[in-house]
Design a protein around this ligand. Structure first.
Ligand SMILES: Nc1nc2c(ncn2[C@@H]2O[C@H](COP(=O)(O)OP(=O)(O)OP(=O)(O)O)[C@@H](O)[C@H]2O)c(=O)[nH]1
Length: 253
């Protein structure tokens, strides 16, 4: 689509509308070549030596995966800014990232979160990033059967491209749209149990369980990174289950 046509789609007139045109560039390359450093330099105007975690205690990379439209971008924006992007659905192109620092048991943990495009045509781009991720949040949409059925294919890709010990969590998103639900909560739980991964239903719209998902991941990664003799063991599935049982958790009023 040319710029003039795009302007008329956006209701823009005259030169002003050019400011709203979105340009997207994708960085591709092997793990460790500096894709992230380049992006951070462009975004924040600084170079973080060593690793992106150098400025805070510890840092980890978390990737969001799942079919196009399941709500990955909204999920990330809800976590980062506490806001919900409603209205027009603008599919992610390639890959995007946001940072957020969370405090886990008194320790600051920096999460760098990669939002990937769910569309098939970007798969080869996103595969290049799998190996850099320590955790993967795999989303389906509880109102979209195909997105749930495709979870097995996503898990196959994960086993092919991601680190062997990557932390995986399964999330059934859009739980606020109960009138259009086609995937029962029990089905999500059964699938998660089959693969030995924790499971939560979430809503990027209301914020339900969004923070819990990231905090559970951060706790697990922090535990793995600093495991010391005598430290009580941490099991992410047990933690998620215990949090689900807390009063006020997980239901819509
Ligand atoms: N009701 C409801 N709508 C949601 C929720 N999450 C996302 N949506 C809507 O679903 C649509 C797709 O959301 P996105 O976050 O762009 O989906 P995505 O998974 O990032 O899609 P790709 O970038 O193509 O991979 C948008 O219209 C959102 O407003 C949710 O939890 N509840």
């Amino acid at each position: 689509m040319d710029l003039q046509t795009l302007g008329s789609y956006q209701g823009g007139a005259g030169p002003d509308f050019y400011e709203h045109v979105l340009h997207k560039t994708i960085l591709v390359g092997d793990s460790g070549v500096g894709k992230t450093s380049l992006l951070v330099q462009f975004d924040q105007g600084k170079f973080i030596p060593g690793s992106f975690s150098a400025t805070v205690g510890i840092g980890f990379t978390v990737m969001l995966l799942g079919d196009s439209g399941v709500g990955k971008t909204c999920f990330l924006i809800q976590f980062k800014d506490g806001a919900f992007l409603s209205g027009t659905f603008l599919a992610t192109v390639g890959i995007d990232f946001r940072n957020k620092v969370v405090t886990v048991d008194g320790v600051r943990v920096k999460l760098q979160i990669w939002d990937t495009a769910g569309q098939e045509r970007f798969r080869s781009v996103t595969h290049a990033y799998y190996r850099d991720a320590q955790a993967l949040l795999l989303l389906y949409d509880i109102t979209n059967k195909a997105s749930f059925e495709n979870i097995r294919a996503w898990l196959t890709e994960i086993h092919e491209y991601a680190q062997r010990d990557v932390v995986i969590m399964l999330l059934g998103n859009k739980a606020d749209v109960s009138s259009e639900r086609v995937i029962r909560s029990e089905d999500g739980e059964t699938l998660a149990r089959e693969y030995g991964v924790p499971f939560l239903e979430t809503s990027a719209k209301t914020g339900m369980n969004v923070e819990l998902a990231f905090l559970a991941i951060a706790k697990e990664l922090k535990y793995r990174a600093g495991q010391q003799a005598g430290e009580p063991s941490f099991q992410i599935r047990d933690y998620v289950e215990s949090q689900k049982k807390r009063p006020g958790c997980c239901s819509f009023l």
